[in-house]
Design a protein around this ligand. Structure first.
Ligand SMILES: *[C@@H]1O[C@H](CO)[C@@H](O)[C@H](O)[C@H]1NC(C)=O
Ligand SMILES: *[C@@H]1O[C@H](CO)[C@@H](O)[C@H](O)[C@H]1NC(C)=O
Ligand SMILES: *[C@@H]1O[C@H](CO)[C@@H](O)[C@H](O)[C@H]1NC(C)=O
Ligand SMILES: *[C@@H]1O[C@H](CO)[C@@H](O)[C@H](O)[C@H]1NC(C)=O
Ligand SMILES: *[C@@H]1O[C@H](CO)[C@@H](O)[C@H](O)[C@H]1NC(C)=O
Ligand SMILES: *[C@@H]1O[C@H](CO)[C@@H](O)[C@H](O)[C@H]1NC(C)=O
Ligand SMILES: *[C@@H]1O[C@H](CO)[C@@H](O)[C@H](O)[C@H]1NC(C)=O
Ligand SMILES: *[C@@H]1O[C@H](CO)[C@@H](O)[C@H](O)[C@H]1NC(C)=O
Ligand SMILES: *[C@@H]1O[C@H](CO)[C@@H](O)[C@H](O)[C@H]1NC(C)=O
Ligand SMILES: *[C@@H]1O[C@H](CO)[C@@H](O)[C@H](O)[C@H]1NC(C)=O
Length: 683
């Protein structure tokens, strides 16, 4: 009887261990999966450009770690560098002799050219048409390949990836190269497999916590200039003033970061509340690749009227001469864009650009200019797909884009000085269910992590103690049973003699002396199930009984321990949620509830981990929209790359486009190209 019972109880430690292992499993997983931190790319210390003053970032390209200073492109998914052919050697006369020297001025002005032959890790791909910004007439050809690209200048290295997609360009339409933060792959028609973007590679190689970024272009016109801020896999919360408005992606694969413009108002020294919208609201694509704001013609006309701007037919720019410049500076108008998203929300966010943000200088060969000149960076866009909020806008706005959740937000920049960086990660669904951008400061994060660690350690210690204690009790009990069995044998021998003195013996005999305790003991064991009803037993029996009872009690506490493990998990999840920014008291999903729901929410339970594929990111928040790889149509004749097409002016052969084509809706360059375009208007 005793033996079978104790064998039955042998399952208990196993059960306990299993319970402990189970409840610790998520924590073990959490400990094993290292969530990468966001990457903050240090800006270059200065401003450059032929269409304004822009802040660049440094890329280290190839095994020679060639430095290129490039802009950030929110639309592009490629890295663009400047081909050495963009800056041909100059003829210089030195003591009567003409020698060819490198055009250092050109090379520096274009953020330094990249010579692929100086990198042994370069893999040649071919010549392809540039894809982005075709719709505003900025086409061109790039020589594509793959090579190593590192972010950050020497000494400020953050990440380096091998074999990334690079296009080298000559076209002055894109004066500086750029670093694309769009995660779409490039579908080169010569390769069946799409070539992944830098962002995707970063995420896949676990260098950033999600496919997301935060960016502001920098504002050189402040007393102390603001440099750009680019954070990959998160945002720098110190650079913007948070707001509630979150935009969903537009269905167009090529124009996803689209905002509705519901108001444009100007306020100046002599005027206030000037309405510049001049039409019903319209939508604009946010794209840092270009400098200007491409607005509907009516809106441009309203700007002309309000500020006396003059449109220059030859360049398509609003050139500003000295007289007008003085007048504009005196007026010092600030222009407020009210952005919203029709049908989704009534909320709007106002971004105000001071005149200084529009006070840009253009220099040759920009748009065929001969001389450097001030210009007002708005452009006429005939069609909806030409309306773009360019870099000018991002001087005063901070853009956060979550490519995985298909949403983004636009915030006004915080112009306070000397704010320490506050890098807040966005977590991919891959890293747990609580994957919303945190609203908390990062400093809290470490605290919470410590909290979780302490919690887990305490849990482990608690369980180990419980298990140890149980085994100890069990051993004690076994020992006692052994002893008792021995006593029982003795007692059995003596039972005939002392039969009538049982009770008095119990009450008086001390623990080990009791020779007759075997009898009640055996009975007790048999009557285990009805323990509470057992009448007040003699001392020794009571002792035994308590022991048995405690064993029974042992189970509830250990179950409780299991329960406490659950609540440990619970609190861990709450902490996790806090780290990841879910308001614990907010959505029912995160409110700590016992039971199934909680179990389902166990962080990083493998069945819950959604692997986010690069081509079809999964978002539970928005319906899945097809995000196609973007084509880079192959170029049949690569010679156009080398021949500057149709020089506009004899002086500068590098000017690429006729003006008319810029204002009219752009027809595809050739039929094959049109067929290669890949839009996803389908739901
Ligand atoms: C590129 O580098 C190679 C090797 O240094 C050199 O021979 C070549 O002239 C360079 N090309 C250009 C266009 O500068
Ligand atoms: C430089 O001079 C050479 C001949 O000495 C000539 O072929 C070349 O076109 C000149 N280049 C430029 C940019 O003037
Ligand atoms: C990429 O483009 C090529 C040629 O246009 C096509 O055959 C291939 O199916 C495309 N791949 C994807 C993934 O769209
Ligand atoms: C580089 O990436 C491209 C596109 O993904 C791939 O086709 C190529 O094989 C890769 N090369 C190496 C050396 O990994
Ligand atoms: C600019 O072009 C428009 C039409 O293209 C024409 O009507 C106008 O006269 C031109 N203005 C100047 C100053 O050339
Ligand atoms: C927006 O406002 C209109 C009128 O005030 C209201 O009918 C509509 O429900 C609101 N829409 C949302 C999404 O709040
Ligand atoms: C112009 O207006 C801005 C605010 O929009 C102000 O900060 C700045 O000091 C003004 N500049 C001048 C020269 O008045
Ligand atoms: C450019 O500047 C030069 C010298 O200042 C002047 O002679 C020339 O007319 C200007 N060209 C244009 C197109 O304004
Ligand atoms: C994306 O949507 C989530 C859930 O609604 C929200 O918490 C988050 O702030 C949004 N992100 C952006 C960048 O708007
Ligand atoms: C800018 O950030 C600082 C520090 O977080 C904050 O004190 C200040 O209020 C912010 N500025 C605005 C306009 O919100």
């Amino acid at each position: 009887m005793i033996r079978s019972r104790s064998r039955h109880f042998l399952h208990l430690p196993l059960f306990l261990l299993a319970l402990a292992a189970l409840s610790l499993f998520p924590s073990c997983l959490a400990a094993k999966i290292k969530v990468p931190a966001p990457v903050k790319v240090a800006p270059d210390q200065g401003f450059t450009g032929i269409d304004g003053k822009w802040n660049t970032i440094s890329l280290r390209v190839g095994n020679s770690e060639h430095i290129s200073n490039v802009l950030v492109s929110t639309a592009s998914q490629q890295t663009w560098l400047i081909n050495p052919l963009a800056c041909p050697p100059k003829n210089q006369t030195e003591s009567g002799r003409t020698v060819e020297v490198a055009d250092g001025q050109c090379i520096d002005s274009r953020g330094k050219t990249f010579n692929k032959t100086e990198s042994t890790t370069w893999t040649q791909n071919g010549f392809f048409q540039l894809w982005i910004l075709k719709n505003i007439g900025l086409s061109g050809v790039g020589e594509y390949g793959w090579d190593t690209v590192g972010l950050g200048n020497k000494g400020e290295e953050t990440v380096t990836l091998k074999n990334t997609t690079i296009g080298t360009i000559v076209s002055p339409n894109f004066w500086l190269g750029h670093f694309g933060v769009n995660p779409k792959p490039t579908n080169f028609s010569s390769y069946a497999d799409p070539s992944p973007s830098y962002m995707t590679l970063l995420f896949e190689q676990k260098k950033i916590p999600s496919l997301s970024f935060g960016y502001t272009a920098g504002a050189p016109y402040y007393a102390k200039p603001f440099y750009s801020s680019l954070t990959l896999g998160g945002v720098d919360a110190s650079r913007y003033i948070p707001n509630e408005l979150s935009f969903g992606f537009a269905p167009d694969n090529e124009r996803d970061i689209v905002v509705g413009v519901v108001g444009i108002k100007a306020k100046g020294a002599t005027k206030s509340d000037v309405n510049l919208l001049a039409r019903e609201s319209f939508s604009m694509y946010i794209d840092s690749t270009i400098a200007e704001l491409w607005l509907p013609v009516e809106v441009c006309n309203a700007f002309e009227k309000a500020f006396g701007l003059k449109y220059d037919n030859a360049t398509g720019l609003y050139l500003v001469d000295d007289v007008m410049h003085q007048a504009l500076k005196a007026e010092n108008a600030s222009i407020t864009f009210s952005l919203g998203q029709q049908y989704a929300t009534n909320l709007t966010i106002d971004i105000t650009l001071p005149y200084a943000a529009f006070d840009l200088q253009a220099s040759p060969p920009y748009r065929g200019l001969q001389n450097s000149t001030n210009y007002f960076p708005i452009r006429r866009g005939a069609e909806e797909d030409q309306w773009i909020l360019g870099r000018t806008f991002l001087q005063e706005a901070y853009l956060q884009v979550d490519w995985e959740r298909y949403n983004f937000s636009v915030s006004a920049i915080n112009t306070s000085y000397n704010l320490p960086a506050d890098i807040v990660p966005y977590y991919s669904a891959q890293y747990g269910p609580a994957w919303q951008p945190p609203k908390k400061k990062t400093s809290l994060q470490t605290k919470d992590i410590v909290g979780i660690a302490v919690g887990i350690s305490l849990g482990i210690i608690f369980i180990l103690c419980g298990v140890f204690w149980w085994f100890w009790r069990k051993r004690q009990r076994a020992l006692k049973e052994k002893l008792e069995a021995a006593y029982a044998a003795q007692a059995a021998a003596a039972v005939d003699v002392k039969e009538s003195h049982e009770n008095s013996d119990y009450s008086s005999s001390p623990h080990k002396d009791a020779k007759t305790n075997v009898f009640p003991k055996a009975e007790l064991s048999a009557g285990l199930d009805s323990l509470p009803t057992t009448p007040g037993p003699p001392v020794e029996a009571e002792d035994t009984e308590r022991q048995v009872f405690e064993m029974m009690g042992d189970i509830p506490p250990s179950l409780e321990a299991g329960g406490r493990q659950l609540s440990e998990k619970e609190s861990m999840m709450v902490r996790e949620a806090r780290i990841n920014g879910i308001d614990p008291s907010g959505t029912p999903e995160t409110s700590p509830e016992p039971g199934d729901r909680l179990q389902r929410q166990a962080p990083l339970s493998p069945s819950e981990v959604t692997i986010v594929s690069r081509r079809t990111p999964v978002s539970p928040l928005t319906p899945l929209m097809p995000r196609d790889p973007r084509d880079a149509a192959s170029l049949e004749g690569s010679d156009t790359f080398f021949q500057p097409p149709k020089p506009r002016t004899p002086r500068d052969g590098r000017f690429l486009e006729g003006d008319d084509s810029l204002l009219s809706p752009i027809s595809p360059v050739d039929g094959s190209d049109a067929s290669r375009r890949r839009f996803s208007y389908e739901a």
